[in-house]
Design a protein around this ligand. Structure first.
Ligand SMILES: C[S@@+](CC[C@H](N)C(=O)[O-])C[C@H]1O[C@@H](n2cnc3c(N)ncnc32)[C@H](O)[C@@H]1O
Length: 246
């Protein structure tokens, strides 16, 4: 059976690559690569990783055009259909390389955290053996950049996409919540009395950090993320909210 290895590459700094991830790339005879990612700097990070660790020994590349998710309608149905189309795009791209048995795919951050690549790989038809190499997540890089632990002593941490914070509010029983995938709306709407540790472009040259009481910092962060988005053409940010004084 052909094998696909999902390699966590960290979240923006080529130095986030683990030795296990490098070995997985070096052991691959085919790399599956998205053709037109909307954020050129993210493609550049992937390219730097391949150039540094594979050099002239680069295996063959199977590129695929990344399908887009349909907007509107039921969110979970749209995601399910999107994943099906991505799995088909991978299969079609790999079909041109029938002799390649060890395929690798570079996955942003850690493949197990708010990323569906593992779910998509499990839908491949024909089926492929699956191997996952963990990567450095944006959650870890955020905490490290601020020099803080994510949790208070013996206290749980919730990690959630912004849409859930907006839809369900602050999760009961938690003092610490990490929010990913926010376009600014969840931050704008969150009226909890908390301290925020915010980070954008973590690990990249334009990394930006802000922290302080949410009520004082919210406006500044929202204005900054708007300005940065306009300046760079895209933004990726993440934040920790904690209701206990850090
Ligand atoms: C689809 S999730 C993927 C998370 C990834 N699997 C991980 O382990 O970090 C994308 C979200 O991760 C966060 N993120 C990823 N890389 C980031 C970075 N370099 N700086 C800030 N946030 C980042 C943002 O919240 C972004 O919306």
């Amino acid at each position: 059976m052909r094998e696909i290895t999902l390699v966590g590459i960290g979240c923006g700094n080529p130095d986030h690559m683990t030795l296990q991830g490098i070995a997985a790339l070096q052991g691959a005879d085919l790399i599956l690569l998205p053709e037109k990612p909307e954020k050129p700097q993210l493609a550049q990070v992937r390219e730097q990783i391949l150039a540094r660790h594979l050099g002239a020994q680069r295996p063959r590349i199977a590129s695929f055009a990344m399908p887009r998710r349909e907007r509107g309608g039921d969110y979970l149905d749209a995601v399910d259909d999107w994943h099906r189309r991505i799995a088909r795009a991978w299969t079609e791209a790999m079909a041109a390389f029938p002799d390649c048995r060890h395929v690798a795919l570079l996955v942003w951050g850690d493949p197990a955290l708010y990323d569906s690549t593992i779910r998509i790989a499990r839908r491949l038809d024909p089926e492929m053996a699956l191997r996952v190499v963990p990567g450095v997540s944006a959650v870890s890089v955020l905490a490290a950049a601020h020099g803080i632990p994510l949790n208070h002593v013996s206290s749980p941490v919730a990690i959630m996409p912004a849409r859930q914070l907006t839809a369900r509010g602050w999760p009961e029983g938690f003092e610490s919540v990490v929010v990913m995938l926010d376009d600014g709306h969840a931050l704008e709407g969150c009226k909890v009395s908390a301290h925020i540790f915010w980070g954008a472009y973590l690990g990249m040259p334009q990394e930006m950090l802000v922290h302080g009481p949410l009520a004082k910092r919210r406006g500044e962060i929202l204005a900054l993320r708007k300005e940065l988005r306009a300046r760079h053409g895209w933004i990726m940010d993440i934040y920790l909210l904690t209701t206990r004084t850090p």
